[in-house]
Design a protein. Sequence first.
Length: 195
Amino acid sequence: MLFYIIIMTKITFVKIQINTVLENKQLTNQKQKENLITLNPCWITGFVDGEGCFSVNFSLRAKLKFGVEVRPSFSVSQKKDKNRINVALLSNFINFFDCGFIRESKHDGTLKYEVRDLKELNLKIIPFFKTHNLQTAKQQDFEVFVIICNLLKQGLHLNKHGLINILDLVFSMNPNGKQKYNKELLLKVIDKLKV
């Protein structure tokens, strides 16, 4: 009988712990939902002017025709914080644009809302910023970014001349930006593959 009482007490205790965990999780989800707000398009534009980035990176891919993959990206960065306020803020961008994801950058310890999908960039991000112009020098990078995304959409990165044109455009953007590979190396990779 004593054994039965001990077992039942342990089972009850475990149930209480499980219910507490579930209630806390529901409260956390509710708090995150409460932190989601409807963003004003002008606020988004101003925030992106300060914290956003339109960039195009390259990856070396031996299986590709010219050995170079072109990867456009729109991102908004915030420092990682223990209260997760910045995660909630970036989550608002996902809701506003109805695309993208949040990732942690191990390189600089920030959280990034990011859109990499070319179709989503062309259908959601670019039209928004064409309607709501950026007010800083970032507008110039955006205009070059639009040209690059259009060239990619047309498939011009699949021929040598188009890829080199994209390369030139990318290296005209944000001269202080970082690229994993320099232009000369990328041109050598492209030139090695005679097609």
